[in-house]
Design a protein around this ligand. Structure first.
Ligand SMILES: CC(=O)SCCNC(=O)CCNC(=O)[C@H](O)C(C)(C)COP(=O)(O)OP(=O)(O)OC[C@H]1O[C@@H](n2cnc3c(N)ncnc32)[C@H](O)[C@@H]1OP(=O)(O)O
Ligand SMILES: CC(=O)C(=O)O
Length: 537
């Protein structure tokens, strides 16, 4: 049986550019367009030529696309002008893009209020403008703005706008839930009624906004009712609450609804990478709880879940994570049972008899420490060290004899108020005492610098260690300055390896030191384990 073809249209570079806090450069747009092309998206809306210099620059030298076509966006002609004499439409014609998308009203209320024209004139604006684009471009599309609100108010008028565009030569009429307030059952009903009114689903698209958190559900409902083009953006970027998230829509269409969206299994397996690359470009942390591609999407924490997942992952996974390029994670925390711990042991290469009473000791120790403030589900490296210390052995690469940190706030010679920190560290390494002093822009930075001064000459690989994230959480805020503090440190090496460690203390510097100590120990221990394994081969 052949599956139904659904055409994908991406608006990251147009509606996504309308996201609060997002400001693409032309180079960003080019890079994102290439990523969408590699992924296999059919049409990429690059922006609005004539609206701003970034979009002009992008369309002046658009990227060479191999799988996708580029679309330029604009609006229907202004009232009282011919389409040929409309400067906005001219900019679209001149843009180096084979597809033109024109937004036009489809709600008579909007015609009168927002445009200040009679609804009949709006229909002429749609027909004239689409006819021009259909004549001059390879393909024209009509974005029926506010279609669902317009339909609720005046169904005959909303449908007349759609028919005017299709009769004028539009390949697609895209039904837009512009205000994002329509619910899935209404989307499905309205699309079914439009199809029943004689508009073929093969010429209808859907463009949903996420103002009720239903943009993806609304898009799927529209496909169920017959539309065959789906619009969305990467990670749901877009005006206000965003657009339908293509990263969620694509696997739902393919893996749940059996649709053919023009992407093969290898393309689908790149979704996680594409989603995270966009966040990287936007300089923001990926959403761990994002469906399909988030770091937590296949992370199992509860003991009952892990016990069953170990028997068969289908017990608590709706798809195989690798289908979308994601991975399964087993977390260890106070919600864990023996199954979690045994699974993590396997991951970190610890061979332990499941019936060994030490396994239970690790579970109990984790629960006790989590009660005191540790959080091992986010600090896999600290768990690995804890487990090895309890079951096996971790060398003391250095023994702290003591540290002192001094903070100073003062005026410098330029008359600026500055804060400087200085740390002194004393440690015993391989039986010898070492001492170093270092400055930093904060106490943890100074402590880290002093530790490196004593350690790097003896363990040169630590020169590659970078601290990439540092998080502090006060665990007993009601205890005010006597509160327990938890520090999580994410570290990385130049090879791209990342690991997270945790430290807990009533003193924030002490908690930071504990997390730093684990981070350094983990790096040295991992290197030693790899070297031993290599030597054994
Ligand atoms: C639903 C959507 O997301 S549609 C896309 C929205 N995206 C954007 O608006 C981003 C890019 N926009 C821009 O850079 C600017 O708004 C421009 C360049 C397009 C227009 O700027 P300006 O000419 O200064 O107009 P301004 O933005 O103030 O107002 C929009 C005008 O377009 C008119 N208009 C709105 N929709 C349409 C339409 N479909 N067809 C014709 N005219 C329209 C409005 O009536 C208004 O006209 P007025 O100035 O005579 O009142
Ligand atoms: C066209 C568009 O972005 C909308 O109506 O939401």
């Amino acid at each position: 049986m052949t599956s139904t073809r659904v055409h994908l249209f991406d608006s990251t570079l147009r509606d996504g550019a309308q996201t609060h806090g997002v400001d693409f450069s032309a180079a960003d747009k080019t890079a994102i367009a290439r990523a969408l092309d590699d992924l296999g998206i059919e049409t990429i809306e690059g922006g609005w030529p004539g609206a701003n210099p970034t979009d002009d620059r992008f369309f002046a030298a658009p990227p060479h696309l191999t799988r996708a076509r580029l679309a330029a966006f604009g609006m229907t002609r202004r009232p009282g002008r011919s389409a040929d004499n409309d400067p906005g439409l001219r900019a679209l014609l001149e843009a180096d893009a084979p597809v033109a998308v024109l937004v036009g009203k489809s709600w008579d209320f909007q015609c009168r209020v927002a445009l200040g024209v009679e609804p009949e004139e709006n229909i002429r604006m749609i027909a004239d403008s689409i006819a021009l684009m259909a004549r001059e471009k390879a393909e024209a599309m009509y974005d029926a703005e506010h279609f669902f609100d317009g339909y609720a108010d005046n169904p005959a008028y909303a449908v007349a706008c759609v028919k005017a565009a299709l009769d004028a030569g539009a390949r697609w009429a895209v039904l837009c839930d512009t205000n994002g307030g329509t619910l899935p059952h209404d989307v499905e009903r309205i699309v079914s009624e439009v199809v029943a009114a004689g508009v073929p689903g093969e010429r209808l698209g859907i463009h949903c906004h996420n103002d009720t958190d239903n943009a993806v559900a609304n898009s799927l409902a529209a496909v169920r009712a017959g539309v065959r083009q789906v619009q969305g953006t990467l990670n749901g970027l877009g005006e206000r609450c965003g657009n339908a998230n293509l990263i969620s829509l694509i696997p739902s269409l393919v893996l749940k609804m059996g649709m053919d969206v023009g992407l093969g299994p290898d393309d689908l397996a790149r979704l996680t990478e594409v989603s995270r690359a966009l966040d990287e470009r936007l300089n923001r942390a990926p959403d761990a709880r994002a469906p399909y591609v988030g770091d937590s999407a296949f992370a199992h924490k509860g003991g009952l879940h892990v016990s069953a997942v170990e028997k068969d992952p289908r017990c608590y996974e709706h798809i195989d994570p690798t289908a979308v390029g994601n991975r399964r994670q087993i977390l260890v925390s106070d919600q864990a049972g023996r199954s979690n711990v045994l699974a993590r042991f396997r991951e970190i290469g610890l061979e332990v008899d499941p019936d060994d009473p030490k396994v239970l000791r690790v579970v109990e120790e984790v629960k006790l420490r989590e009660f005191k403030g540790y959080a091992y589900d986010g600090a896999g490296a600290s768990f690995a060290l804890l487990a090895r210390r309890l079951l096996d052995h971790v060398p003391d690469y250095f023994r702290l004899d003591g540290f002192r940190v001094i903070d100073e706030r003062r005026w410098n010679a330029k008359g600026e108020l500055i804060t400087l920190s200085e740390a002194t560290i004393k440690a015993v390494i391989r039986g010898e005492r070492h001492m170093a002093v270092a400055e930093g822009n904060g106490p943890v930075n100074a402590l880290d610098a002093a530790l490196r001064k004593v350690l790097v000459p003896i363990y040169p690989r630590l020169a590659d260690l970078r601290l990439v994230d540092y998080k502090v959480r006060i665990l007993t805020p009601d205890a005010a300055t006597a509160a327990i503090t938890r520090v999580m440190i994410e570290s990385a090496d130049t090879g791209g390896e990342r690991w997270t460690t945790v430290g807990v203390s009533s003193n924030v510097i002490d908690a930071s030191y504990n997390a730093l100590h684990d981070s350094i120990t983990y790096m040295l221990f991992s290197a030693e384990t790899v070297a031993t394994a290599d030597a054994a081969e």
